[in-house]
Design a protein around this ligand. Sequence first.
Ligand SMILES: [Zn+2]
Length: 279
Amino acid sequence: MINSFIVFFAIVSGTNATSSESGPDSVVESAVNSVPAATDKKTPVMAKLAILIDDMGHSLKSNHALLNLPAELSFAFLPHATYSKALAGTATALNKDILMHAPMEAIYNLPLGPGGMTSQMTEQSFKATLRQNIEAIPNLIGVNNHMGSKLTAMQRQMRWTMEVVKERGLFFLDSKTSAKSVAWQQAKEAGIDCLKRDVFLDHKLTAAAINKQFDRALRIAKLQGHAVVIAHPHALTIKVLKKRLNTLSAQQVQLVSVSTLIAALKEDDAVATQVASRK
Ligand SMILES: [Zn+2]
């Protein structure tokens, strides 16, 4: 992630790491290799915004409304909610990114519903529960945590989580429901693709608050090159999203799926590694 900052600022400042590889300009470029900034073409950098809709599977009406928005939204389904399987089928047909929204123990002992993962479980039952949760959602490509303010702060349980996520070839998105979460770090250490949430869009359910959080997400996206937003299938959220998503490109922000963002960040990391190795 730090590497992507380097690339982001390198591109903004006009340093292009890949342009001298080939093509008719390569002879000229190799002659001026030491002063690339003056000759390289600058491509405008669009900040990337990924929006994940959590808590999918309970309501057909609101969930369909979100799935049918003509936008690159991503969706996290609760493993055993009534409509999760059917809606994940719709999401597949619409080519949307699908995650399994793993219910994890919170500090305040909130009810987790079926598939709940807790600190009381042995490694065996913890991993078995996670595997069943994963198997309940068709065509998933990643996992993120539902609640989990207690569990995501626990090293051992997060290591178990990432072992299963890795064995299934998935990625992990840390919802960051606790400032003490070690999920992202454990995912990194396990060598799996991972992201962490920057902004919760609709914790406060007023149009003013949701719009304010949307503005915050745009600021973060422009500053760090990307932002990860988590939202929920509330009627008010849908209303605000419908309006705001149309204004993104005018603000040089591109809405991307979670998997597209992961791929872009990996590419940035690879370019940054190349730049570093040439120095
Ligand atoms: Zn949730």
